[in-house]
Design a protein around this ligand. Structure first.
Ligand code: GTP
Ligand code: MG
Length: 537
């Protein structure tokens, strides 16, 4: 009893839920827990759609109490729903007007002690005329054990007034029971309140408008699942048809041989993945070191020939750019190699004579740029180049020493401390010290610059290398999980085929029953596929 009022362009939540459920049932039939899980997620996304529910009714029927408990209990069940009391409460005998489009669903409440009166029937007729999804709610069922009779009587009245086609769902609830159940933590009271059932009903059965983006995402999931199931079942069907010839015992031994082959393949892809990963990591790691070594060499050459110490910030940032370029290239290589590894493993698992990956889906693998690791690398500290002042002081000290030295020597010869000789010696030594210092300072700055670069490169090697290895470990895990899933499925299919063949051989018959079952499933899938594509236009 789905309440479907909107024109069907598959923007209606109830129709979409129906398709998701149908696909989920088929996935379950095929034992594909991974696909069932994917559909559970689509269903969750549908349950989280925005839904405005307005509760209306004659005065005193329990609209406010119901709105409160729905708000409290909605929780995970219908996380996108909002509930409100009828705006502009109607006084007895008057009619209130709902803005068209203000609600996705209307709950019309009436006390379970009495049947719909004329006023209520008129109100229901008006809401129906507006085309909003509608459900009738019998309230306060805790005080009225005979609510079932009232429900039946209401149905008759709706039918008599021509208001029951399509049928209006009539759901019993009790706000009081829900509250009592919540207070005492008693699940049976909560279930008896009918409120969880009402919420599920709103989630799955009330057709509200679904945004196009959500609809397309859900349909894409359903299509992907049905394609996957079609592939599985077609493969099995081909197998059955190919093996249909010969005696039941022949078919049995062929099925056993196929299972055996798949078991061997199951070992070989794991070896391929293990070896391939080790090789991948060492190749990519080597590539990173090589690229960084080139950057380091270039930087050392620049320090030697171009003296970048004076323009240190620019040197620092251009060095970083080269490092980033090198790491990006390295990560891109890692991505390509990972994809190639995935193909190699898939080919091993597929075991096709032509070495293709046909029959085994490839996973999507990708690496992120190590921007985060790069951003944690601090700029290089500028080397000190001594500075002019230090150099002048040093030269003065040199010339002073010169004056003293020669002055004292010539003093012994009877000349004064300050003489032509001593002053000339002082000048000479001062100039000498100045040039020596300048040269030493430059050499020291270069050496410091090289050390700073080496330290930066060490840091990059450490952090980016670490990031690279972490990401490659993730790739390995992704591949392992992906191929394990496929492998399990292939083994299960082969084992099922063996069991079916053994059964058939025991009964001495052809595997017709399974054949018919597969054909039925495929027919249902084709129909599902038509629903999800044609209506999506
Ligand atoms: N026993 C019982 N009483 C209820 C229940 N729901 C509501 N009531 C009582 O019914 C009376 C009316 O409830 P409201 O929720 O205020 O009803 P309403 O339709 O919002 O009323 P107005 O806003 O005054 O028109 C209150 O006394 C509630 O305590 C229920 O589930 N069980
Ligand atoms: Mg009220």
């Amino acid at each position: 009893m789905s309440v479907t009022m909107q024109p069907s362009a598959l923007t209606n939540s109830a129709e979409l839920v129906g398709l998701v459920d149908q696909a989920a049932r088929l996935a379950e039939l095929a034992g594909r827990a991974d696909l069932t899980e994917r559909l559970t997620q689509s269903r969750g996304r549908l349950a989280a759609r925005r839904m405005r529910v307005v509760v209306v009714g004659a005065p005193g029927q329990g609209a406010t109490a119901l709105t409160h408990v729905l708000e409290q209990a909605a929780g995970e069940r219908v996380p996108g729903a909002s509930f409100s009391d009828a705006p502009g409460r109607a006084a007895a005998g008057q009619m209130w007007v709902l803005e068209p489009g203000a609600a996705d669903a209307v709950l019309f409440v009436s006390d379970a002690d009495q049947e719909y009166n004329a006023w209520e029937l008129e109100a229901i007729a008006r809401i129906r005329a507006q085309g909003t999804a509608l459900a009738g709610i019998l309230t306060k069922i805790d005080t009225q054990p005979r609510w079932g009779e009232v429900q039946r009587a209401n149905r008759q009245r709706l039918q008599a007034e021509n208001l029951d086609s399509p049928s209006v769902p009539l759901l019993p609830v009790s706000a009081a029971l829900l509250q009592a159940g919540q207070q005492r933590g008693d699940d049976s009271l909560i279930a008896a309140s009918g409120v969880p059932q009402l919420l599920d009903f709103l989630r799955d059965r009330v057709g509200t408008r679904v945004e196009l983006r959500l609809r397309d995402a859900v349909l894409a999931d359903v299509r992907a699942v049905s394609d996957q199931l079609a592939r599985d079942w077609n493969t099995e069907l081909d197998g059955l048809n190919a093996h249909a010839g010969g005696s039941p015992l022949d078919r049995q031994s062929r099925a056993v041989a196929e299972l055996d082959r798949r078991q061997q393949l199951s070992a070989s892809w794991q070896v391929a993945l293990g070896d391939g990963t080790t090789e991948l990591v060492s190749q990519v790691d080597f590539d990173l070191r090589e690229r960084l070594r080139e950057v380091l060499e270039q930087a050392e050459e620049d320090i030697e020939n171009r003296d970048p110490v004076r323009n240190w910030t620019r040197f620092d940032s251009s060095l970083r750019e080269s490092v980033e370029e090198a790491t990006r290239a390295n990560f891109a290589l890692a991505g390509q190699r990972s994809e190639r590894l995935a193909e190699q493993v898939a080919a091993k698992l597929a075991g096709n004579p032509d070495g293709s990956t046909a029959g085994v889906k490839l996973p999507s693998v990708w690496l992120q740029n190590p921007d985060d690791a790069m951003s944690r690398i601090t700029p290089m500290r500028a080397p000190e180049n001594g500075g002019m002042f230090a150099r002048v002081v040093n030269s003065l000290r040199g010339s002073y020493g010169g004056v003293l030295m020669v002055g004292l020597l010539t003093g012994l010869a009877g000349l004064q401390l300050i003489s032509v000789y001593s002053v000339s010696a002082g000048l000479l030594l001062g100039v000498f010290t100045f040039w020596e210092d300048r040269k030493n300072g430059r050499e020291r700055a270069k050496a410091e610059a090289k050390m700073a670069v080496a330290k930066l490169m060490d840091n990059v090697n450490f952090r980016v290398g670490d990031e690279l290895r972490t990401q490659l470990r993730t790739v390995h895990r992704t591949l392992r999980d992906h191929f394990t899933g496929i492998n399990d499925q292939r083994l299960r299919t082969a084992a099922d085929a063996v069991r079916a063949a053994v059964d058939a051989a025991a009964r001495g018959e052809r595997p017709d029953a399974r054949l018919a079952e597969l054909q039925n499933n495929l027919a249902e899938l084709r129909q599902l596929r038509v629903h999800t594509t044609v209506s999506a236009r």
